[in-house]
Design a protein around this ligand. Structure first.
Ligand code: AMP
Length: 554
């Protein structure tokens, strides 16, 4: 054994095991995050063998939270944030209250002290940023209306937690923990001070940050050094997160989110900034590993019924509350269900609250173990909720169609009647041009897109569009791939494209496939998976340039 290197051992152990178990999980047709959690349990203190450093793992996970929130901020403008405030603020507040009351109810039934019940309920009320964003990103929902509501909701929860973390120590005496009871005056001062800091933080970010951040990045972009540019982005994300946490007492996540949001409004393309976040995914994996490390499986045997009750509060109680609130605001059932599912879990904030509760003598070890145990269980159950939603989607779409007949009349949704048609996957910068020409020619075609809004507008324009990820065999079937003549794959991801081409050719070996590529390696990959032609964007650009030169010369 070389010298003592706990940080390296934890990072490497976490990533290597997460990779192994994640791959295994994928093989078994489970989401990879199940594998990451199991990797965490394997290097946690409750299982034999190598034990990683749980504290270090949690700090590393915080970097994941920062980068994720920065990334989300990049796709958010202040306008987006303000546009969802009417539902996000009352929604999050109502959901937190209901979940806290449910937790207190359970504590009351168990004869726990009132203060413990309060903290326990509060810990069950806040969703994990990483779990929510991973779920939304996987399904490309972040930039949809429902995704925006969920993220706005998360931001409100985040601010509520900032307040809770400051107020709970001050209230500890009143709640029956250690520490003297503060007078009402002192309490109000603390509250006002904390709120004032949050407001000051937002103001500083919007006034100073808005000028400084783009200014720094523009200077760096002028140097022409990609390395420096990437470093600048990373330094801004991490620096602002940490700086705002120290100066204003807000969470890392909030600081990072605002830094990202400000960047998204500047002239500089945020695509460039996004490219510089390859670290994000690795650290998000470490987040799941660190959650796994906290899990003590013996709680399942010691208190099976309490585990079940706690899990029900998180998964059912919170979801129903969110569902009713979103419905009450007049959003469609499918939106309400997506938001409920994304919030039906708990994570990092709950751990922080649990640790705080223990140190203040407010929480018993049993309550803490329940919170930790149910966090991992709720994260494990989360992908199941989403796949249940995917199953329900056809029925929901049908229902919503019945409720909005105008859209239903304007476009047929199934491609059953189509034969020898073209299936066009992706309606972005490439697919749009293909689709317009096909439409002008009067060709029979169906579009597969996984952005709901885009599908809606295509349908409104009378174009046959299906919503979903084309990698799924069912979505391809809905496009009647078996009877199609052409498959045009106009999406940028070559791995997804390869997989979907394979599925398509399995149900229709004669189909002619043309795919989009961005490098020689991608061309090879796509052709190996059955594309007759893989057209490389960069080469076509070169051809276009040469054609311009030629026509100017002629
Ligand atoms: P662009 O890169 O601008 O051509 O955009 C690509 C388009 O393809 C976007 O509108 C994406 O929503 C869409 N897209 C990407 N991957 C998939 C997929 N697996 N299934 C369906 N649509 C996709």
């Amino acid at each position: 054994m070389p010298h003592h290197t706990p940080l390296i051992a934890t990072i490497v152990g976490g990533l290597v095991l997460a990779f192994i178990f994640g791959t295994l999980a994928h093989r078994l047709r489970m989401p990879p995050l199940v594998g990451y959690l199991i990797a965490g349990i394997a290097i946690g203190p409750f299982t034999p063998g190598f034990v990683g450093d749980a504290d270090l793992a949690q700090e590393l996970a915080e970097i994941g939270v920062i980068l994720l929130m920065f990334g989300v901020g990049l796709h958010f403008s202040l306008k987006d944030l303000l546009s969802v405030k009417n539902i996000a603020i009352p929604g999050a507040v109502a959901q937190i209250s209901i979940a806290t009351l449910l937790g207190m109810g359970m504590a009351w039934a168990l004869d726990w002290p009132m203060g413990e019940g309060f903290l326990f309920g509060l810990a069950l009320s806040v969703a994990s940023t990483v779990v929510l964003l991973t779920a939304l990103q996987e399904r490309r929902l972040v930039e949809t209306k429902r995704g925006r509501i969920a993220v706005g909701w998360l931001i409100v929860e985040d601010i509520a937690m900032v307040l809770a973390l400051v107020l709970i120590p001050a209230l500890s005496g009143v709640l029956g923990g250690k520490g003297e009871a503060l007078g009402t005056g002192a309490l109000l001062t603390t509250l006002a001070l904390t709120l004032g800091k949050v407001v000051a933080f937002v103001a500083v970010m919007l006034i100073v940050g808005r000028r400084v951040i783009p200014w720094i990045l523009e200077r760096i972009a002028d140097t022409g050094s990609r390395e420096l540019f990437r470093l600048a982005v990373l330094a801004i994300a991490l620096g602002f997160a940490l700086g705002s946490a120290y100066v204003f007492g807000v969470s890392f996540a909030l600081g990072a989110f605002f830094a990202g949001m400000i960047l998204s409004e500047s002239e500089l393309s945020h695509r460039a900034a996004e490219e510089s976040l390859p670290l994000r995914d690795a650290f998000a994996v470490l987040f799941f590993v660190s959650v796994g490390m906290l899990f003590d499986p013996s709680i399942l045997i010691r208190h099976p019924f309490l585990v079940l009750a706690t899990l029900l509060i998180i998964v059912v109680g919170k979801s129903l509350a969110a569902l009713f609130i979103v419905r009450a605001f007049g959003h469609p059932l499918s939106t309400a269900l997506t938001i409920s599912a994304s919030l039906a879990q708990i994570g990092e904030f709950s751990f922080i609250l649990a640790t705080l509760g223990i140190s203040l003598g407010l929480l018993s070890p049993t309550a803490r173990d329940l919170i930790l145990g149910c966090a991992i269980l709720s994260i494990l159950v989360n992908p199941l909720l989403f796949s249940l939603l995917d199953r329900l989607k056809p029925a929901l779409e049908k229902r919503e169609r019945a409720l909005h007949p105008a859209v239903a009349d304007s476009a047929p949704y199934t491609a059953e009647a189509l034969h020898d048609h073209v299936v066009l996957v992706g309606y972005g910068r490439v697919g749009r041009h293909v689709g317009e020409t096909l439409k002008a020619q009067g060709s029979q075609f169906v579009v597969i897109e996984d952005q709901v809004e885009l599908v809606d507008s295509l349908r409104a324009a009378g174009i046959n569009a299906l919503y979903g990820n084309a990698v799924s065999a069912e979505v391809l079937q809905a496009a009647n791939i078996a009877a199609a003549r052409w498959l045009l794959v106009a999406i940028p991801g070559a791995f997804e494209a390869g997989q979907l081409i394979e599925h398509a050719r399995a149900s229709n070996p004669a189909i002619r496939v043309i795919a989009r590529a961005h490098s020689e390696a991608e061309v090879e990959h796509l052709e190996k998976h059955g594309a007759a032609h893989a057209i490389m964007g960069e080469r076509e650009i070169a051809n276009g340039m040469l054609a311009c030169v030629k026509s100017a010369a002629a």
